[in-house]
Ligand binder design. Structure first.
Ligand code: PMP
Length: 435
């Protein structure tokens, strides 16, 4: 085994250096097992698309095929469909963003926008600043461009400005080049917290004075429960922020339609990078989303999603309070995730095989750090399972946690060969989604 592959692969000496970042996660096989129906998965970040009325989608598809088939089935422009970009401007206005459709670039999900922005700014060895923890899919992109991801502390108000100042000063003294700060200010994945308005202003100010771009990733902003999140960071500053949005959580991820809103000069480069990567974003998906926004009551649908996820959040918080009252967790006011802190002696990655054996899955905290931290935490998703399944899942998790603690008390260690469930049977399982 080398950094780049296994010696069984005849090409392992030929791969580019940057593929060293493309390592399959150790928990991948377990997640394949976890997608069996008897396992309650609190691991994946899949939106509950079954709550989307079928006729809303089929109506949009029918209208596209009736009126726009020739264009929808054809290559489109590299920046994306103009009318869709106009809708996107209206959607961003709901979070205080004033923008022109000229500065929006439609991408293949916001994941692809993350990739394009990283491609534009990162040379090997450059630093990306990110929250501590941060989104697993972004860490993977940064790694694949050979960036060094440096985490900055966050608390229940989001990223801590003082920690950002200290980190920048330390990295600058070490001669590092910091290109951008990647932040998920609303209903953070995985931490579940939201950045306060004051912090948004202060953090932007710090980045501006240090010539560091802010990459604001906001796929969950409209999915608030108790009160809306503060206005977007991009609403405060046009020039220092690239803002990313997505239809994956408010409509459906299967369309793979997201976007970037960028300062003018960056936008031009983004379009070129988009064209070089995919020629044009998915025409059919864009037309369908556009038709949906034209004719369906999409705001009411988002309200339905909000109610559904809020109910699941409540089920998870109630189950945690009932079954794991001594632990600590975050209380999200929107989005999909709760971040749970384990007792000191436990390790979320080591415990996962036992949890899967008890028919519950979660994502170990280590997935959300570029530097190996996170063993003391885990991410619990409440987006996909029903409230009843969530309660069952948390109850099973409590059994695992308490058993581990008992073992430690009795034998001084919980470490013992954990029986890995039969991964061989999982070859045909769909790709596990832990994003
Ligand atoms: N950013 C964050 C914070 C996410 O949670 C996700 C999906 N889980 C994405 C970006 C990518 O979403 P998509 O590509 O589906 O728009």
């Amino acid at each position: 085994m080398t950094d780049r592959g296994t010696s069984l692969d005849p090409w392992y000496d030929s791969y580019a250096q940057r593929t060293a970042g493309l390592s399959a996660s150790e928990v991948r096989a377990l997640f394949a097992v976890a997608s069996r129906p008897e396992v309650v998965s609190l691991a994946g970040g899949m939106p509950f698309v079954s709550a989307l009325p079928r006729e809303l989608v089929t109506g949009s598809i029918d209208r596209v095929m009736e009126h726009d088939a020739a264009m929808a089935l054809q290559y489109g422009g590299g920046q994306g469909l103009r009318t869709l970009r106009e809708h996107i401007v209206d959607i961003m206005a709901l979070e205080g963003v004033r923008a022109s459709a000229e500065d929006v670039v439609v991408t293949t999900g916001s994941q692809h926008a993350l990739d394009l922005v990283t491609r534009l700014f990162i040379d090997p060895g450059d630093v990306v600043l990110a929250e501590s923890p941060s989104y697993v899919g972004a860490i993977g992109v940064f790694r694949s461009y050979q960036a060094e991801t440096v985490h900055v502390a966050m608390d229940d108000q989001g990223l801590v400005p003082e920690a950002l100042r200290e980190t920048i000063a330390r990295l600058r003294a070490a001669g590092k080049r910091m290109k951008f700060l990647y932040t998920i200010p609303n209903f953070h994945n995985p931490a579940g917290v939201t950045m306060s308005r004051e912090r948004r202003i202060e953090i932007l100010d710090i980045c501006r004075s240090n010539q560091i771009l802010v990459l604001e990733d906001n796929p969950y902003g409209l999915l608030w429960f108790d009160e809306p999140a503060p206005q977007a960071i991009r609403s405060i500053d046009e020039d220092g922020v690239v803002y990313l949005g997505s239809f994956s959580k408010t409509l459906a991820p299967g369309f793979r339609v997201g976007w970037a809103l960028a300062p003018h000069a960056v936008r031009e480069k983004l379009v070129l990078a988009n064209e070089s990567a995919v020629l044009a974003p998915n025409s059919f998906g864009q037309y369908v989303v556009n038709a949906y926004l034209d004719a369906a009551d999409w705001k009411a649908q988002i309200t339905t999603f909000r109610g559904l996820y809020a109910e699941r959040r409540d089920a998870m918080l109630a189950a945690l309070a009932e079954f794991l009252p001594d632990l600590q967790w975050t209380t999200p006011n929107g989005g999909f995730f709760v971040w749970l802190t384990l007792p000191d002696q436990l390790d979320s990655k080591a415990m996962l095989p036992r949890a899967v054996k008890e028919l519950v899955a979660y994502t170990p905290g280590t997935a959300f750090f570029a530097d190996g931290r996170g063993g003391g935490q885990m991410r619990l998703s409440f987006c996909y399972p029903t409230p009843e399944q969530i309660r069952t899942g948390v109850k099973r998790l409590a059994t695992v946690v308490n058993d581990e603690l008992e073992l430690i008390e009795t034998f001084g260690t919980a470490a013992r060969p954990a029986p890995v469930p039969d991964a061989a049977q999982t070859v045909s399982a769909p790709p596990p989604n832990m994003s």
